[in-house]
Ligand binder design. Sequence first.
Ligand SMILES: *Cc1c(COP(=O)(O)O)cnc(C)c1O
Length: 383
Amino acid sequence: MTAFDITLYRPRIGQAEIDAVTDVLRSEWLSAGPVTEDFEGKYAAALGVQSAVAVSSGTAALHLAFLALGLGPGDEVVLPSLNFVSAAAVVALSGATPVFADVKGPHDLCVDPDDVARRITSRTRAVVAMHYGGHAADLTALARLARTHGIALIEDCAHAPVTDSAHGVLGTVGDIGCYSFFATKNLAMGEGGMVVARDPATGDRIRRLRSHALTVSAQQRHRGGPSLYDVDALGLNYRPTEIGCALGRVQLDALPAAQALRRDAVRMYREQLASLPGLTVPYADRPVEEGAHHLFAVVLPEGTDRAALQDRLRAARIQSGVHYPPTHRFTAYQEPHRGGPCRLPVTEDVMGRQLSLPLHPGIGAAEVRQVVGALGDAWQEAA
Ligand SMILES: *Cc1c(COP(=O)(O)O)cnc(C)c1O
């Protein structure tokens, strides 16, 4: 299955997950239904909000957020380039222009509110904060900016399910919070996501756009509701499956324990990596109790041959990753209406030096030692 003994991610699936999925398969209702509704309710409660809308992916969550804002041609959205391509793609697909902003620096890979402020124009409709690796972006400053300019703050919480921070619970501080439950994420459904909106009317709109903006859902028809419906907006099918939500519901229950295991690994990494000269561990100044620790990212010293380092780790059967190749450098984003070309000095400085090390709830002390040992050996050879 894999070329690695130690992989970047590994889902944590137990008998409870297997039983939950099997129960749905026996229930004869496979699309979004009662389990989905219950998962939504439990997720909302965990965040401390009134309601949440489960969707088929994190990308669907972001797309629905921008559709609900009514984004279109002529509009601009400011977002970090050092991000997964998802948010930029759905902004562009909505007809709006992504405007890329820089990140703070090697110690904090989240978007820099000062740089966001410089890129806001009369066309700006929204700003996107992405909580890199599960660490909170500066939401207090970004929310202030958004208020001042009368624009929306969208939180890309793909790395941070149910995560408290100094600014509040991630995803509930901005206008709309979008979560991903992709296979590699801290809460894993294989494919899935969730949206929460501060304004209940926006939440309702998102819920209806998720299912073609039908006035009567398939589930309501199944329960004996009217068989005729109207369509009063242009919607999509971004519904999750009942099978996925059954898995998500169990993963939500298991999240606190899984997060504690991630924190244990992060503590060991931080302690053992302190001996590598010139290595930057982003967010190491924040208590380990803070953040969701989706990634364990490091920033290598200037001049390090990252590819050679990754080759040496690969030879030791250890997987490493890059998060992310910056969006503003992708071929599809070079046209002005896609935000390019542009200069982002901090992003361009760190983009060749970032490296992600294996992190998941199942990683133990021996594996962390092995990763740090292999990195140390590779370090000597690269020096
Ligand atoms: C995973 C991810 C997404 C997209 O989520 P999908 O569920 O894969 O569509 C968006 N943004 C970030 C930061 C992600 O890591």
